[in-house]
Design a protein around this ligand. Sequence first.
Ligand code: PGA
Length: 333
Amino acid sequence: MPHTTLRRYLRHGMFPQLMVFEAVARLGSFTRAAQELFMAQPTVSIHMKKLAETIGVPLVEQVGKRIHLTDAGRELHAMCREVFVRLQEFDRRLGELREPGKGRLRVAVTTTAKYFASRLLGEFCNRYPELHVTLHVLNRQQLLERMEVCADDLYVLGSAPDGADWAVHPLLPNPLRIVAPAGHPLAGRRRVPLATVAAEPLLLRESGSGTRQAVEEHFRAHGLVPRVRMELGSNEAIKQAVLGGLGLAVLSSESVSEARQGGLAILDVEGFPLARHWVLVHPAGRTLTPTAREFVQFAVEHGRRLSAQEGAAAPPPAARRARRKALSSDQKF
Ligand code: PGA
């Protein structure tokens, strides 16, 4: 304990004594305090005596039948009220921690996941208006660093992290697609070879981005090196640069869905879309708060519902295969 001078207060069962003192001070009587606390009056007297011994000065004085506080007693009474208010606040927060939909939910997501994660959290908050949510948005590398120190309750990222330390809940397919400006010569062509794309200027996310890592790995696996024209720190900036004709880019379907009408074309390239899967993750050994548990369930159900809707809209066979593969590997991501 930092303050050794405080030790004497903590050796003598001070909390029950303070409870008795607070009642005596408030009611001005040992008898009434004993009644309120369902104690025998001699027990109240013993608590008061011990407390005065601990403090080292008299706390009350008797004038006639009334009990009056001394200066030290008044100081102690003020301190008692503060301590009890803090205890009540602590107890309230504890209650919130036990009850789903109250208190705090801390979520961190990758830059690419922010689109659907924000929608998901929005819907969850509509269900629980008293919930206080914090959402951190970072690239994959930064998110993994945050995960290492367990800074949040839950994490959403574009594919499962390595290692067995994480409980992983698959949410939705996260296919990565190659985009170009709508009038690009490759737009509308079928089965464009990857080597053709590798010859085009490519816009990449910053280092540390999971999307970038997946792209680099894919090109490497095919013995190709992309012609990187520019590195940009956000998906929005990349979309604008593609629209501006600076090059092609690989983006998560999530970040291009609403931009399709806005002048972006999705190219049909061999090996694409790259199959990834959004996952919700938390440390495997951690006991989640009821709210975090509820959110996991909510997000997984939401993911199932959306996947079923997408299934009804009959995605291309490659995407279907990718999704089947992702779903069947379940916790083994
Ligand atoms: P990022 O996200 O490109 O924004 O880092 C990708 C991922 O979640 O892996």
